[in-house]
Structure formats: C-alpha cells, structure tokens
Design a protein around this ligand. Structure first.
Ligand code: ADE
Length: 332
C-alpha cells in the first residue's frame, strides 16, 4: 500500500501531476460534475460517494483520484488490484482507514471474486464480515469500518461485474484528449520542468501523442534529451529538434509506433485486410493480447484505422492510405 505522503520512486512523476481540479487540463464535463459532487459533500460534511473512473491507460485516472482526495482534504491510499490476492489483504487495508480516507484501487477489474465480494458490504454499509476458523469452529467476525471513499480505476469497464459497478455512485469515462488539450499539457510540463518549448514544437508533440497525457509527457522528456544532447546549453525545445527526435523514436505523424505498424501490416499482408481474430493477430506479431486490446486497439479504433466486427478486426481504407498500400477491393 502506498501512502501519498511517502517519498517514493514515483515522486518525480507525481510532481508532474496536477494537485487541484482547476490545474487539471481537459475532461471539462467530468471536472464540472466532480466539482459539484465534491463541493456538496464538503458542504454536508460527508464523505464523497464511491467513484469509478474508466478509460484507456495514461489518460489521468490516477491523477484524478489523487486530485479528488486532495480536494476533499483527505488522505489517499493506493493499491493495485492484482496485489490483493486474498481477502485478508483487503481487510488489512480497510481496517487501517480513518474516517474520510480515500482508498484507490487501480485495475479494479482484476480483483479476485472472493475479494470483490468483501468490498460489497464495505462500500455499501462500511462493514466487512470475515470468517475465521474452519468447519465446526468457523465464526463470522463483523468489522465496522469508518466511512471512506473508494475510487476504482479500470481500463476495462466491461469486465467489472454488475454488483461492483452498481455500488459506485459516481461513474466517469475518461476519453482521449484532443491535440489542443494535449498541447496545453505539454506546455504545463515545460513550465514544471522549467524547460521552454516553442509553440510549433509543442503542437508537434501534441499531435503525435495519441491523445494521451502520459505519452505526451514521455515524448517531452525524450525530445528534451535530444535537444540537450545536441547542445548542452540548450534552454528551449525547437521544432527541428522535435522532428529529429520523433523520427528517431519511430513515431509517425499520426502518433503510430512500430507496434501499430506491425499490427496493421499483419492484418493487411498476412490476413488479407481481415477480418482476423485477436488471437491469430497476437500470435502473428508476438504481442501480448491484453496490451493489444487495452493499449493499441482503442486508439486505432478511435482514429478509424481499424474496425471491429463480430468476425474480427478489419483494416480500413484509412489504414491502407496511411501505410501507402493499395487497397484492392475484393469482389464477393
Ligand atoms: N498530467 C496528466 N494528465 C493531466 C491533465 N489532464 N492535466 C494536466 N496535467 C496532466
């Protein structure tokens, strides 16, 4: 369990993260609603209802969870669902919570079923019932918890069971950011790192960041590396060095990288443009299926490079055009 006051390896990264809702760029509709729910909960001096945030990785779900807790002046504890193997692991964390604390569970769709079931009563009634002993000596102990707020994050809303989902009073989907908002995030990063960037360079990074702040921040750091490597006295990222860096990093003008290319080329060249199932595709390019489904496909789908049909993935005309491959319309 990680306390947000701990000095951890992630401190560097966390310093980039905005602490207040008003510093958080984009996702305006979500921010507006969260502001209403937070302000009202503070007025009533109540804990905030449980919050579920879902959407592709790198869009700021963890950041938002910390911001919400911060806005409520609450302590937040973070844990990744896969580390909660047994009921005891969760109970140990829950029983340490104080009134008003936040518990952030990342990848909440990966909770084992028995652990998830303990969460139901914890979320609904702030109690957990633990069975101790076995068979004839088995006893149920009821542990009363203080009121707390659970924030769950997931890349796979569809994998969350209905009973768990229903227990979240506030549910928001985080979407990819438009390039103009990513550009603002890049400019903010430049201010946090006190390393200037030209407007056109910031825009170039924004366009190639797949609508994802985490990618934008990573590209900013890599481009800054190139800039300082070329000129150790450099104090500003320019467009030419940005273009050089992004080309060397194999990130094309649409933000696609080598894996996207291998994925699209496999559909087109090995499977005749599709439809092809995920398993076949994953084996063809030796990529982990979960990574393909959670990281690569959502962006390719949203940008219209592929479509998903019940029979599998199909490369679109846009994919052919982008790769410079002629699309021979096959006759039925
Ligand atoms: N860093 C990551 N996501 C962000 C956002 N939406 N606004 C500002 N900084 C961020």
């Amino acid at each position: 369990m990680e306390n947000n006051n701990d000095i951890s390896l992630r401190e560097y990264d966390l310093s980039l993260r905005p602490k207040r809702l008003e510093e958080y760029i984009g996702q305006e509709a979500i921010k507006e609603m969260l502001n209403v729910f937070i302000t009202s909960a503070l007025t009533r001096e109540e804990t905030l209802d449980h919050v579920l945030l879902y959407g592709p990785p790198g869009l700021g779900k963890t950041t938002l969870a910390h911001i919400i807790a911060n806005e409520m002046s609450a302590q937040i504890y973070s844990v990744a669902a896969p580390s909660l193997d047994r009921v005891g692991d969760l109970v140990a964390i829950l029983s340490k919570l104080n009134a008003g604390d936040f518990l952030f569970i990342d990848e909440i769709h990966r909770l084992p079923r028995v652990v998830e079931e303990v969460l139901y009563s914890a979320m609904e009634d702030y109690v957990v019932n633990v069975i101790v002993g076995k068979d004839a000596t088995a006893n149920t102990i009821k542990i009363v918890l203080p009121p707390f707020t659970l924030v769950g994050a997931t890349t796979r809303c569809g994998d969350i069971t209905a009973p768990l989902r229903d227990r979240f009073g506030i549910v928001h989907q985080i979407n990819y950011y438009p390039p103009a908002e990513i550009m603002e995030i890049v400019k903010r990063t430049s201010r946090v790192f006190a390393f200037a960037i030209d407007e056109d360079a910031a825009w170039e990074i924004a366009k190639r960041s797949r609508g994802t702040p985490r990618i934008a921040n990573r590209l900013f750091r890599r481009v800054r590396d190139f800039a300082q490597f070329e000129d150790p006295d450099c104090e500003k990222i320019s467009l030419p060095v940005t273009m050089t860096a992004l080309t060397k990093l194999n990130i094309d003008e649409a933000g696609l990288n080598e894996t996207d290319y291998r994925y699209l080329l496999a559909i087109i060249e090995m499977f005749g443009g599709g439809p092809v199932g995920l398993n076949a595709l994953g084996s063809a390019i030796s990529e982990d299926l979960t990574t393909l489904e959670d990281v690569y496909e959502p962006y390719l789908l949203q940008e219209g490079f592929i479509v998903r049909t019940p029979r599998g993935r199909i490369a679109t005309q846009k994919a052919y055009d982008h790769l410079g491959i002629k699309h021979e319309n096959r006759l039925f």
